[in-house]
Ligand binder design. Sequence first.
Ligand SMILES: NC(=O)c1ccc[n+]([C@@H]2O[C@H](COP(=O)([O-])OP(=O)(O)OC[C@H]3O[C@@H](n4cnc5c(N)ncnc54)[C@H](O)[C@@H]3O)[C@@H](O)[C@H]2O)c1
Ligand SMILES: [Zn+2]
Length: 694
Amino acid sequence: MTTTDEAVAGYQMTREALQNAAAAYYGGGDVVMSDEQYDRLMADAARFEAQHPEITDPISTQVAAGAGLNQAESTLAHSRPMLSLDNVYSVEEFQAWVDGLAKRIGKPVSDIRLAVEPKLDGLATAIRYVNGRPVAMLKRGDGITGEDATPALADITNLPGVAGDSPVQFRDASGAAFFQFEVRGEVVFTHEDFQAANAARELRGDRPFTNPRNGAAGAVAGAATRDYRLPLRFYAYDVVGLPDASHVDLMVDLADAGFATAASVTGSHSQCDLRDAISEIEAGSPPPGGGSVFTMACDGMVIKADLPSDRAAAGAGPRAPRWAIAYKYPSQEVTSTLLEVTWAVGRTGVIAPRARIEPVECGGTRVEYATLHNPEDIARKGFLIGDPVLVRRAGEVIPRLEAPLVALRDGTQTPIQIPTVCPQCGGPVDDSGARLLCRSGECGLIPALTYAVSRDALDIEGLSVATITRLVESEAFIDLASIFEVGLRPSILIADGGVAPANAPKIVAQIEKAKDAGFARVLTALGLAGTGRSMSRRMAAHFGSMDALLDASPGDLSAVDGLGQTKADSIYRQLAKPGMRNVIQRLAAAGVRMGEAVPETATGASCSGALGSGALDGLAVCVTGSMVGALAGLSRNEVNELIERHGGRAASSVSKSTGLLVAGQKAGSKLVKAESLGVQVVSEDDFAAMLAAI
Ligand SMILES: NC(=O)c1ccc[n+]([C@@H]2O[C@H](COP(=O)([O-])OP(=O)(O)OC[C@H]3O[C@@H](n4cnc5c(N)ncnc54)[C@H](O)[C@@H]3O)[C@@H](O)[C@H]2O)c1
Ligand SMILES: [Zn+2]
């Protein structure tokens, strides 16, 4: 092959790679490369195309370059071309762009009015209004023709003029009304909605979205075939069909008409001091007025000529207008290779994975390690050792492994080994929750005792983690029973500086009181793997005493509501261990009562009368949000106890089998999930009233 042939072949490969990446990017599929890689490849293509004018369909000048139109979708012609934006990445590049703009318009830079707003990272769409009501939605497509995305209108939660609202109308200076127009903007997931959307997807067995941007594209693409709704929002940044006005005025009119606007996110939309805005971006902080309002992904700022006359004078190229520019944040997303996953035991007994990756620059620093959330995440996203991976830093110090780039696998990848024993002490691993825990041996003792004395278990005030740590280190506390053996002797507590002398009597009194905490709480404090507070309560209620529990066969155990045979077997084995028997014997000898489930009094006055009634018989009840009304002051565990005393089952998550969701203040994803599943939802006060009424 000649050099030219090689160059042409290289260009063809670049084009193909860009096309594949763009198809995934705009279609909401799996991300195949980082934005930076994409932009680099695009720059290569643009260079080649500049030297080869015989290329009639240059990819670098295409809107949504490389994506083309998805033939599978029906299309509609745009009312006015829907373009992309040109990018700059530095103050110098931005300055050069402003100078060029001034030259085109024929005005000095200082006379050009500019508007600045955040660049929302979602999916560009145009929403058509007829008679003041949204009737159609289009994606950008090739800029001239757009894909019809109307089914996704039903997912957008913040559009004005929908059924039930009054129609949207605009008036010009003479008072003439406009009911027909097209609003353009970005469809996004806020960070919170994104979590809720992924929860809803997992519930239905659909794969969670990789990130909010990709999710917004995926949610829009899948709206027609999905039989449940996802919470999208629309932020406007342009409107077609209204009389010309300055950009800032149009944004104000849109906001007045009830649209969320890109500008309203910053709360600052005109005449911003660009240098301030840009230096804040450089410093990595949110743009002017941004602050904590930044509830959604934002990948830079957009700077636009404000006056319609200036915009007309600047004109547009085939791909992007010349009167606007995107000032993009330095890339916080890079690709690397997953080399190894190591597991470390934290002070709380959590065994957490950490990923070692091929060193790479990300957001200005060299990155060698990344966090992986938990083993469930590893399985859900399907990471393998040797995988090309997307690494993302979004505000946090240590970047996160975002997703494996499945398409780039070469067959050498191997599974990640999830530890079955504690990497520090070799003890058993508790994998009953989302995170792996070591509760045994040296590394488990401090968390195990901290859990045992917590408010939901023995409720011993004064034994903080720090105090427990000192008492474990001085070997005063060697297991749960020793709390009641040496804890009642102030001299031992004080020895070696474990407890301040002034605090010792109070702690002794608390430990004395805990002897009467009741069988269920003692069982909770034992921390059997696979049991939590509510299972301990159920077991206590079922067997009535520790003696009866210790006599139970695996079959007897499996008769407890919610205990499958596997868990029953595991609990049986744990209870049969000599170490466990020894602790239980010593607890009894120290005067800890485990005779029978002591009925506990309800803390909530309005509900205490209903003790033991079966109002919630068999109903799975989940509680979410904070209790600020009739149940204020009750811990989540106390609310769960209340549920169980009324014959219900306290559930920690919402599923199809949930009977009731009690939604407190700031209820979030569980509420969304319950609503999407048609689970009955009651307020905290209504729930309290429900129980009190029986
Ligand atoms: N990783 C990949 O595989 C891959 C593939 C294709 C594209 N990309 C990325 O996408 C970029 C190109 O995408 P693009 O054409 O959508 O351009 P873009 O996202 O860089 O910028 C243009 C878009 O910004 C949006 N926008 C957000 N806020 C706005 C505001 N306030 N005012 C006006 N517009 C606003 C609009 O939707 C507009 O279309 C590439 O540079 C690359 O970084 C990545
Ligand atoms: Zn351990």
